[in-house]
Structure formats: structure tokens, C-alpha cells
Design a protein around this ligand. Structure first.
Ligand code: SAM
Length: 237
């Protein structure tokens, strides 16, 4: 190769490198080749941020919490009407509506949520209602701080936010905490997309998570604002 051609090559490389370095990072990422691997990675990242602790904390902070209705569902009211009070555990209790209902019906309640803002609101609501509840800022995928046995565990909308390994840890913690013949009631969306992330769990997966330690007593498939969801009633073997 002639000296002239070599120098032209080097110059081109240098110019390209310099030009690349002056392009803003956002554009560099956008222009990277192999978009096919970047898109799913970003989607995965956004998805886990939305479902993580600070994603929920952010929603409580912005009051973008459509689930926070201050109404205890009829399924829970029916359970309370049919069972004598004992020890209850509310998993992903949010601002404590259902924990407070249980406490008002004589249950001794522990309620767990990983969003500090939700637990602060729950404590305020419990004080106003005149009930004592053991509220904990904790992750349902690591419930070693709790000790059973509980007679009733309730999950409205929490398991559906977990993924893979988290679900397995949740199920094993739950099996440790719920006493023999104790109840576990779950409300969960079936798999769907919501606000840029994937949520929900299929009845088959619920069964395979819980089936070895709990007997499924009942399951009702319904819908919430046009999307399928389900209630499950399990009893500890
Ligand atoms: C859809 S909201 C339902 C709240 C409440 N159960 C209700 O019915 O109002 C789900 C709640 O689960 C909590 N959550 C989600 N993942 C959690 C986790 N890994 N550990 C503890 N809480 C979690 C969220 O912070 C949120 O408060």
C-alpha cells in the first residue's frame, strides 16, 4: 500500500473516531448496530424498574395508584364472615385498606409492603381507624423477618408484580408462614401489558407454584376493566 493511501486510511479512522466521540451518548446508543439485542434489553430494564420497589414508591408519590380504592373486595368480606378471627398476613398491603378491615373484624394482622410511602399512609389510616397492625416495610420475596403460623394470608395484586426467582422465594416463604389448614387467598391479573411493563400470572403457574404445599379449593376467573383476572382460594396441607 502506498504511503499516501495508508495516511488517507488512518485519517479516515481518526476522523470517524473523533466524530463518534462528539456525538451525544443517546444518539450513539440509538445508532448502534444490532438494534435487535438493544430493544429487548431496554424493555427488560424498564420492565423491572416499573415492577421494582422504587417503581411502586414513585407511583405512590405521584398518586398514580388506581388500585388504592379504600374498598375491601366482597371475596375478602365473605371470607371474614365465614371464618373466626386468627392471625392474618397481608402481602403487598399498599395503604392498608384490607389489613384494617381484617383488624376491625378482630384479626391480629401483620401487613407487608416494600414501598415506604405506602406503609406510612397505612399507619396513618390504621391510627385513624383505631386499630393496631404490625406494618412492615419488607419484600415479600424475603420474609425471614416474619414468624408464623398465620391462619390467613391475603395477596391482592402483589404476586402478579413478581417474576421468576422472586415468585419461587415468595411461595416458599408463604408455605413456611401459613400454618396447617391455614388459608391463602390470591387476586391476580392473568398475564398482560400495563403501562409499559409485563404483569400478571397464569392459573397454571399459580398452581405449579403453590400446588406442592397448598390445595386449591376454588378459582374464579373474572375481569378487571376488560382484562382477565382471577381469585384463588388455597388451603395449606
Ligand atoms: C396493586 S398494589 C395492591 C395493594 C393492596 N393489596 C391493595 O389491594 O390496595 C400491589 C402492592 O404490592 C406491593 N409490592 C409489589 N411487589 C412487592 C414486593 N416484592 N414486596 C413487597 N411489596 C410489594 C406494591 O408496593 C403495592 O403496594
Amino acid at each position: 500500500m502506498s504511503l499516501q493511501r495508508m495516511s488517507r486510511r488512518c485519517n479516515m479512522g481518526w476522523t470517524r473516531g473523533m466524530r463518534w466521540a462528539t456525538i451525544p451518548l443517546g444518539r450513539q446508543l440509538r445508532d448502534l448496530p444490532h438494534r435487535n439485542w438493544r430493544r429487548p434489553m431496554l424493555r427488560e430494564l424498564m420492565d423491572s424498574l416499573a415492577r421494582g420497589r422504587w417503581g411502586f414508591e414513585w407511583r405512590y408519590w405521584r398518586r398514580k395508584t388506581p388500585w388504592d380504592t379504600n374498598i375491601t373486595p366482597p371475596e375478602v368480606m365473605a371470607f371474614v364472615g365465614e371464618h373466626p378471627p386468627g392471625r392474618a398476613l397481608d402481602l403487598g398491603c399498599g395503604t392498608g385498606t384490607n389489613a384494617i378491615t381484617l383488624a376491625l373484624h378482630g384479626w391480629e394482622v401483620t401487613a407487608v409492603d416494600f414501598a415506604p410511602r405506602a406503609i406510612r399512609a397505612a399507619r396513618r389510616k390504621a391510627r385513624a381507624a383505631g386499630v393496631e397492625i404490625d406494618f412492615r416495610v419488607a419484600d415479600v420475596t424475603d420474609m425471614r423477618i416474619l414468624s408464623g403460623p398465620y391462619d390467613y394470608a391475603l395477596d391482592i395484586g402483589c404476586l402478579l408484580a413478581l417474576k421468576g426467582e422472586g415468585r419461587i422465594k415468595y411461595a416458599s416463604g408463604l408455605a413456611r408462614l401459613v400454618g396447617p389448614a391455614g388459608w391463602y387467598m390470591l387476586y391476580a391479573w392473568l398475564p398482560r401489558h400495563w403501562r409499559g411493563a409485563s404483569w400478571g400470572i397464569s392459573p397454571q403457574e399459580v398452581e405449579s407454584l403453590m400446588g406442592s404445599q397448598f390445595s386449591k379449593i376454588r378459582q374464579v376467573i373474572g375481569e378487571e376493566r376488560g382484562h382477565p383476572s382471577a381469585w384463588y382460594w388455597f388451603q395449606r396441607r
